[in-house]
Design a protein around this ligand. Sequence first.
Ligand code: BTN
Length: 250
Amino acid sequence: MKPRVLRYESLPSTNTEVARLAVDGAEEGVSVVADEQTAGRGRLQRAWSSPKGAGLYFSILLRPKLALDRWPLITFVAALATGDALLEASEVQTDIKWPNDLLANDRKICGILAEAIETPAGRAVVLGIGINLTNQAFPGDLVNVATSVANESGRAAEREAILAALLQALARWYSLLHEPEGAEKIVAAWSSRSSYATGKLVQVTNGDETLQGHTCGVESDGALRLETAQGVQLIRAGDVTSVRPARMNV
Ligand code: BTN
């Protein structure tokens, strides 16, 4: 995969632009960065706040040559690569919340949105990554749940250094995913970097359904294993939140 970066001042969404290029026949690796997005999208049909200069708004086109059961691991690849980039370029240490939120000190610093699309050259993936560079990236009422690179590192976030590190790390992890033992290595690396992988008491919300239990690992296709009162359930979609155990009065 050879990244080629196209830059824009303003776009509705970098994911939408990469999808358009993909349908026009663009090659794997074509990437789009915008200074602002006017209709940035998040998971579960949510909006992604994208004010000018406050975040890194990035999308890349992938045309994976993988069995379909490995495709969900593309978001794991993105989380691992973004974690590497933030550490290397800004010395910010991150945790991964299933499936692919990056947290710093328990607050969200990056979101990842992978969308499968049909193109004349076959099924492809648009992988979008949004990194909060400053606290202006998110609405003020989210200050207790969101953070930024500048806030965590105590210095100005260098967008270009983060982007360069991200492109290199993405190429490395994505190439590993195509190797025979790659999926196992990626799941192992993801698990070692996620405090949510095992032993965490969480609540999972998916539409009207809510489950609570302790996490007990991830499957080879990226599903989260949750030990509930009814037994182990496999979680493939939904929102995970950490639940603090009730304190005992003694
Ligand atoms: C989430 O956590 O809900 C995922 C957020 C993904 C946001 C990024 S910003 C670049 C790309 N373009 C979009 O419209 N969304 C993704």
